[in-house]
Design a protein around this ligand. Sequence first.
Ligand code: HEC
Length: 150
Amino acid sequence: MMIERVTRYSGWLFGAAALTLGSAVMVRAQGGQRDVWNGVYTAEQSARGKVAYAENCAACHGDTLAGIDVAPALAGGGFLNNWTGTSAGDLFSRIKTTMPLSAPGSLSGKTVADIEAYMFEVNGFPAGKLPLPPSQPMAAGIMIAPKPVG
Ligand code: HEC
């Protein structure tokens, strides 16, 4: 009788612990903690972005995103220094509202997200299963963070 009770109790405890663990894992996967090293765009998206970049950005920022004259590089150390600590949403609005410099605001949110995905690829961030979302608020939880060590 006594033993049976103890077994039941520890079974319940184990179940509760597993539940707690499970929800912690879900919270991590859903947001808050996401950054560009978690796979925040898809390969198809960056392939579309590459085409849109060539049409709308390359004339000023260069075919390899290295920058030309006053148009800064959109990949590499200097660019990452500027943007580390901000979010994919911040970069999204910078592009959406001020670029292309010759026609600010002319690109749809979807095209801007595609181009940003391509910039992420060139900067060495990995592709994943979910596309980069096409709006500032939805991309605001994705941090541009330094590469994790190890
Ligand atoms: C007509 C030339 C021109 C075109 C086209 C253009 N840009 Fe720019 N871009 C600039 C210049 C010049 C600057 C720097 C001055 C400024 O911020 O306005 C800049 C700055 C930027 C910055 C800020 C970089 C930083 O680290 O501060 C981003 C991001 C950017 N452009 C992205 C884009 C994207 C994406 C496109 C294509 C959709 C694009 N630009 C098209 C000229 C251009």
